[in-house]
Design a protein around this ligand. Structure first.
Ligand code: GCW
Length: 859
């Protein structure tokens, strides 16, 4: 195994020279570590004119550590973007202009004429003031966090070439809770993390070097995030041991200057596991006393500790049900311990039985959260927030909004969104999630037959709740660029922007992020924004459309296609596909009754086939494959067509990115290109697997006869094989004819197998793709030969999540610009390595359009 993320690729032929392309890269390399805080000079229109009379002095009226961060950030940002060093002054100069940072109250004390606007907690106001014949540029916060957020707002504006006057105004966050959750384990791994190991923990301890944790807090603060839960919700009780709390306090210390409060996920059985008690019954006074003592210790070490996140009675985690107690008993007991110190409890509603009876037509995992928590409404303490995943299942490509949000009118709620792309291509596919989240946040649940969009429920407006907000499962890691894929950081940024103001449009988020992360060049902004905004729909098209959920392997790594894995088990992510039809009947009349959990107007909309939107049809109803959607097309033909459309569009994303060659620094350009090309190839794997599976189960052919009839494809079975032998693939639909061809010759440096095809293609330029399987372990090597002449070589050293040939590991290598003549022979030669038998599936030979400028070959 190697930790290289892309196949090492070496083009051996006299084809296009790589030197030509290297020469085109004019920008210096960037590694992504600075994310959207690059502070690059805003070069697009030069320095905006209004920065010419920019004050040279900087005064900070606030003595907090948070305001000190704001002050340092001003110096750093202005220096980096505008090549100027501000002069720090201890008090407001009366003979010079100045930038002035302070709370509204401090500014009013300094300038009696200053009219402090009314700001919500953590809000800020940007304005100018003329006094004593001088100009003062003011960043006023409601409190120190407001000063810091206002400062980052101004710096982001400068980075995007905005004049100071354009930045003037008032901003307040929509909701008080704007947290990220990290699912980091004490051993340094991260559950569903794709950006490397934990920035907090290693080997059972808090890391000695917390510089990345400090950098992370700065990134979070720059977009208004004010809390971070540092450990997996599948919590390790050892985190609460006294020695560990002292260590965790070091993390809180590096968060504090950035106004990020630390929180921990706790295991409800901790009193028994580490406390030596014979019970963890939340109704037992000695258990409550144990928690109080632990909480007191935490606050002694971390005075601004934010509170606990709790996953209980879920997916094997211990919970109050063990003692016949409810979530109210557990949550209120913890709240009682935390409240005297100002801490809160985020109790997760992700509670369900994962041993559901598949044979019971009424069983439905989607019902669980509402069934369990709705009856408890009104009983939770005022410092408890129920943390509810956006949908009733689990971060799928599309779900309806959880009805529980409308079912808890006397309880604080927060929406949990998943930034880490668990079911969304795991940072290898491009999926910009703010587009999806916005559809959820804007969705009107019509509680009490009035307007109650999700965003108004979680910020406390709809039901007049004091607390609530936004939780994003972020899972950044030690990777230099935080999330593995340079484009994935748009999701962390977008989450924060929506948590601050859920009325921000995805277009604004995409454009701002692009400008801050890459460039103000209008072509970059337009092109990349378009790519980001389209990406969720594209991913939905080639994975699970019509509300079928993602259709990924839910009993494996949640990555590649495996639709059958949804069915016939206790997990309850069923799609109930059989020979005649597909979809979960969730109606009250004939199905599980889930639809009845919604307020009446929404329930009526989903219940009727006439009004149920096509994109959730199969989430709500079971219909025949021949059922016609609102578009007039049948369900089955829509499944086929959407997958072809999605895979084509994924290929289009590669071309769009290539149009930015030379406008993006080389390292991030290349990394992103590699991922987009991989993603486009994997979209074909998805398309073929899902379409094959539905064709087989429905017995209905594709109107366009595309499935397994690709004229450009030659499967290994059709090739002349030397050493390669077939093995069955599970699930069968992820390889041609359900078989992979493996090279199982004895392990030796010289061992190799070949698969050859004699071609009779008209003379011309072609691209040649080799579809092969790349396991996590082993670095098999491949060569491609044209009439015996080696024309390409690569190594299967990607770290895909699998050790067998299937939809997780199927990948492709493409060589463009290959000159073929009738009678040529193309050979794939595979050398196994470390148990990875250089497995192959097929080759695909596609004519390149005449006169087309060749896209560069892999470098
Ligand atoms: O989506 C599932 C994930 C689990 C996760 C769980 C949860 C932390 O596959 O890895 O556990 O959700 O949200 O609790």
């Amino acid at each position: 195994m190697s930790d290289r993320r892309f196949p090492r690729r070496l083009v051996l032929s006299v084809l296009l020279s790589t030197a030509l392309f290297c020469a085109l890269a004019p920008l210096h390399a960037e590694d992504g570590s600075q994310a959207w805080l690059r502070y690059a000079p805003p070069v697009l229109n030069g320095i905006p004119a209004s920065y010419e009379p920019m004050p040279a002095a900087l005064v900070n009226l606030d003595s907090s550590v948070i305001a000190a961060s704001a002050q340092n950030e001003m110096l750093r940002g202005i220096r980096s973007m505008l090549s100027r060093t501000l002069r720090l002054e201890a008090k407001i100069p009366d003979n010079d202009d100045a930038w002035v940072l302070g709370t509204s109250a401090e500014l009013h004390a300094a300038f009696p004429e200053y009219r402090a606007p009314s700001l919500a907690a953590e809000g800020f106001s940007i304005s100018t003031l003329a006094a004593h014949g001088h100009q003062y540029w003011l960043i006023a916060g409601a409190d120190p966090r407001g000063i810091l957020y206002g400062t980052f707002h101004v710096l982001a504006g400068i980075a995007q070439g905005q004049a100071f006057a354009q930045l003037a105004g008032i901003e307040s966050p929509a909701a008080p809770i704007r947290w990220v959750n990290q699912w980091d384990n004490l051993n340094g791994t991260i559950e569903r993390g794709y950006g490397g190991r934990s920035i907090f923990f290693d080997n059972g301890q808090v890391r000695s070097d917390l510089s990345r944790a400090a950098d992370y807090a700065r990134l979070l603060a720059s977009v208004g995030i004010n809390g971070c839960t540092i450990n997996n919700v599948n919590a390790d009780p050892r985190l609460l041991e006294p020695a560990m709390i002292r260590e965790v306090a070091r993390i809180a210390d590096v968060f504090r200057p950035w106004g990020v409060r630390l929180s921990m996920a706790v295991a409800i059985n901790s009193p028994q596991v580490i406390g030596g008690l014979d019970t963890y019954d939340p109704g037992d006074p000695k258990v409550a006393a144990w928690w109080r003592a632990r909480v007191d210790d935490i606050y002694a070490a971390i005075p601004d500790f934010a509170g606990f996140v709790v996953k209980a009675d879920s997916e094997g985690q211990p919970g109050p049900s063990q003692y016949g107690r409810t979530p109210v008993d557990a949550a209120n007991m913890l709240a009682a311990a935390l409240k005297p110190h100002g801490g809160i409890v985020l109790y997760r509603a992700f509670v369900y039985n994962h041993h559901l009876d598949w044979n019971d037509p009424r069983a439905d995992r989607a019902r669980a959260a509402y069934d369990i928590f709705h009856p408890l409404d009104g009983q939770f303490a005022s410092s408890v927030i129920i943390q509810i995943k956006n949908g009733p299942i689990d971060f799928q490509v599309r779900e309806p909004v959880s009805p529980l949000f409308a079912g808890l009118k006397k309880t604080n709620t927060a929406v949990e969104l998943e930034i880490t792309q668990e079911y969304m291509g795991q940072a290898r596919h491009l999926v910009f999630l703010p587009t999806q989240w916005k559809t959820y946040l804007d969705f009107d649940l019509r509680a009490g037959n009035r307007s109650t969009p999700l965003k108004d429920i979680v910020d406390g407006t709809s039901f007049h709740r004091p607390l609530g907000g936004y939780i994003g499962v972020a899972n950044v890691g030690l990777d230099t660029n935080w999330m593995f894929n340079p484009l994935s950081m748009a999701n962390l940024y977008g989450f924060a922007r929506l948590a601050w103001n859920p009325n921000t449009t995805p277009d604004t988020i995409a454009a701002d992020w692009t400008r801050l992360t890459f460039s103000n060049d209008p072509k970059v902004v337009t092109t990349l924004s378009r790519m980001l905004l389209a990406s969720w729909h594209i991913y939905e098209d080639y994975t699970g459309p019509l509300g079928l959920q993602t259709l990924t392997n839910i009993t494996g790594p949640h990555y590649g296609p495996a639709p059958q894995s949804q069915e016939n088990n206790g997990w309850g992510q069923w799609i109930r596909a059989d020979h005649d039809g597909v979809g979960m009947d969730r109606t009250v009349a004939t199905g599980t009754g889930f639809i009845g959990q919604y307020p009446p107007e929404v329930a009526a909309m989903y219940a009727s086939l006439k009004t149920c939107p096509d994109n959730l049809l199969l989430f709500m109803h079971h219909v025949p494959y021949t059922y016609k959607l609102h578009t007039g097309k049948t369900v089955i033909q829509t499944i086929y067509d959407d997958h072809y459309l999605g895979a084509n569009e994924a290929a289009g994303q590669v071309k769009q990115w290539q149009s930015l060659d030379g406008l993006i620094d080389e390292q991030r350009y290349e990394e992103t290109l590699g991922l987009l090309e991989y993603g486009a190839g994997h979209a074909i794997v998805w398309r073929d697997a899902i379409d094959r599976w539905f064709k087989q189960i429905s017995g209905i052919p594709d109107d366009h006869h595309r499935i397994d009839h690709d004229p450009n494809r030659i499967t290994a079975l059709q090739m002349q094989l030397d050493g390669y032998t077939p093995v069955d693939v599970t699930p069968w639909e992820t390889a041609s004819g359900g078989k992979a061809y493996v090279c199982q010759v004895a392990q030796s440096a010289r061992a190799e197998c070949t698969a050859s095809a004699h071609l009779n293609r008209p003379a011309g330029w072609y691209s040649v793709a080799v579809q092969y399987f790349d396991y996590r372990r082993g670095d098999s090597t491949f060569r491609l030969l044209l009439n015996g002449q080696p024309i390409a070589a690569w190594t299967a050293d990607n770290t895909l999540p699998g050790e067998a040939p299937n939809g997780d590991t199927s990948t492709r290598y493409t060589l463009r610009g290959v000159p073929l003549r009738p009678g040529d022979t193309i050979t794939v030669e595979g050398h196994p390595d470390d148990g990875e038998p250089a497995p192959i599936d097929y080759i695909e030979i596609v004519p390149e359009p005449a006169g087309a400028a060749h896209a560069p070959n892999p470098r």
